[in-house]
Design a protein around this ligand. Structure first.
Ligand code: ATP
Ligand code: MG
Length: 560
């Protein structure tokens, strides 16, 4: 039955599907993005569910573009969605569909409903309709056109299609029940007039179906068995079922689950578009964005996103997930896969006084202790080195196991060094450390059992490559970015420190051939990914994640 994870408890949707499969039913799911923006991590949750269930139960999953609103939809989004899906590791084979391909069928079905007295053309404006809609406690008011003759509605509907009326002049509405406690059943709109060019159908249509009218019927046409969507569609399910019942066609089962929300970020295309258009980020693929292209640029491996989605689970309860769960999945993945290198983000010069001026030694460094097949590389060592500024302290407490005057540390893979002097500028800033090395400790091993507590990363100054490093923090300061005072909008919660650009980093020369998208662990610092802004002259790295979970309380306190 359920092939991939038989031992695990199934979530409630997989349980329903498993029960259906047991009675011999096939499994056909769909992922139905509207191409009005790029995919975000919330979509990844739906994708993993839709494609995952199809894969696990021997069915298939369709990719269907829900392209019914030409005002917001663009071809570049269609292309981008496909690119992002493939990157995540999902394949829809030949099953790419577009709701717009069903416009003729939807139109014919709408005529069927008019003929059977279940739909009518209404001349009310959007505002007039809203005024008559009623509330949760008060019934709505019937449209004056509700009972116009069927022939008149058929004629007007045809003329709507022919383009005889301006935008918004008329709609086609289902004739259900203006007193229904479910507002979605109060004669919902099926078609609106919109003289707009569609990315696929061009100017063939000037009336477009609403989501409610297009979605269920598209599911039915494609023979979808389980139509999985988020909880906000729960109240639409009676309408979904009503249309299919009136038409007497194949009836998929709609099942709702909770959306993914992540603390300190937003996952709604509309608001992400606001960030892009307002210049609050550098684009849809800004490494701070929760979009799949943002996460890709940030350096998140797709496998980590899939693992994260599996971990958050499928329930009926809306909640907000801690971003640390995603980071942990990223760290686990990169710990296995990312080659180690040495890079210094905030460099401090070290001069090894007893090392010859022009000499260079080389050391073999292990590329990935988690993966012996990753091999080794050569790292050059010379008299002048860079170390991390925070790895030195002049008045160091006892427990500071890094460099301080008179203290000895190991330089990873190289030698033990002891700090013998400190140079400062006029205002007292440390500009250079003077050290000596012990030639007997070559390779970083102690010959006499002498112990040092600290091991530092370093880069040979003469061989170092310059790099820009971009450090990222969450986009918003509040767990729920929508938590605002009356009259404010979510933008007030933007984190002004979500990006910090460090220009003067120094990295080891083996990185000379690194290409955009390559991922590395900078030893002792974190995981980094080469940004597409990198040039042969200047490397640019995005910090994907720190090595460990940063103390959250401290971070939050620091950002007030
Ligand atoms: P948005 O608010 O970002 O525009 P949407 O639901 O309008 O989201 P669609 O392109 O219509 O975006 O979504 C395609 C599918 O992805 C739908 O089935 C939708 O339910 C699902 N989906 C969208 N956002 C989330 C989310 N945050 N968590 C889980 N599933 C989601
Ligand atoms: Mg939608």
């Amino acid at each position: 039955m359920h092939e991939e994870r038989p031992a695990e408890r199934l979530d409630f949707i997989r349980q329903i599907v498993a029960d259906d499969v047991a009675t011999g039913k096939p499994v056909v799911t769909r992922f139905p993005p509207e191409p009005n923006g790029f995919l975000h991590i919330g979509h990844a949750k739906a994708i993993c569910l839709d494609f995952g269930i199809a894969r696990e139960f021997g069915g298939r999953c369709h990719l269907r573009f829900d392209d019914t609103n030409p005002l917001k939809e663009e071809q570049r989004y269609i292309d981008g969605i496909k690119e992002d899906l493939r990157w995540l590791g999902f394949d829809w084979g030949e099953h790419e569909y577009h709701a717009s391909a069903y416009f003729d069928q939807l139109y014919a079905w709408a005529q069927t409903l008019i003929r059977s007295g279940k739909a009518y053309v209404c001349d009310l404006s959007a505002a007039e309709m809203r005024d008559r809609r009623g509330t949760l406690t008060a019934p709505g008011v019937e449209s004056p056109h509700r009972n116009r003759p069927i022939e008149e509605s058929l004629d007007l509907f045809e003329r709507m299609k022919k383009g005889e009326f301006p935008d918004g002049a008329r709609t086609l509405r289902a004739k259900i029940d203006m007193a229904s406690p479910n507002l979605n059943l109060r004669d919902p709109v099926m078609y609106r007039i919109l003289h707009a060019t569609h990315p696929r159908t061009g100017d063939a249509w000037c009336i477009y179906p609403t989501y409610d009218w297009a979605h269920g019927q598209s599911d039915s046409i494609e023979g979808i068995t389980h139509s999985l969507c988020t909880l906000e569609f729960e109240d639409h399910r009676p309408l979904y079922d009503w249309f299919l019942e009136q038409l007497g066609v194949h009836r998929p089962r709609q099942i709702e689950f909770a959306r993914l929300n992540i603390e300190r970020t937003i996952v709604t295309k509309r608001k992400l578009l606001t960030l892009v258009e307002g210049g609050h980020v550098r684009g849809w693929d800004d490494p701070r964005m929760p979009t799949l292209r943002g996460l890709r640029r940030r350096g998140c491996p797709p496998e980590a996103i899939v693992e994260f989605c599996a971990g958050v689970g499928i329930t009926k309860f809306n909640s907000r997930t801690d971003p640390v769960l995603l980071e942990n999945a990223v760290r686990a993945q990169l710990n296995r896969a990312a080659p180690r290198v040495m890079g210094v983000v905030d460099p401090l010069k070290v001069v090894i006084e007893n090392f010859p001026e022009d000499a260079t030694e080389t050391f073999e460094a292990v590329n990935n202790p988690e993966d012996p097949s990753a091999g080794t590389r050569t790292v050059p060592f010379s008299r002048e080195l860079w170390i991390e500024r925070e790895d030195f302290m002049e008045d160091a407490p006892k427990k500071f196991f890094r460099l301080a005057p008179g203290r000895e540390v190991r330089l990873r893979s190289a030698y033990f060094v002891t700090c013998v002097g400190v140079e400062k500028d006029a205002s007292g800033n440390v500009t250079e450390l003077r050290c000596t090395y012990d030639p007997a400790t070559r390779g970083g091993d102690s010959p006499d059992g002498r112990k040092v507590k600290g091991t530092l990363h370093w880069v040979s100054a003469r061989h170092a490559l310059d790099a820009e490093v971009r450090l990222y923090e969450p986009l918003f300061t509040k767990a729920n970015p929508e938590d605002v005072e009356a009259g404010e909008e979510f933008l007030v919660n933007l984190n002004p420190e979500s990006e910090r650009i460090v220009a003067g980093a120094k990295v080891e020369p083996s990185l000379a051939g690194a290409r955009p998208g390559d991922r590395f662990q900078f030893e002792r610092i974190g995981y980094f990914c080469v940004d597409p802004d990198a040039t042969p002259e200047r490397l640019v790295f995005n910090r994907t994640a720190t090595l460990r979970e940063t103390a959250k309380k401290a971070v939050e306190a620091g950002q007030g």
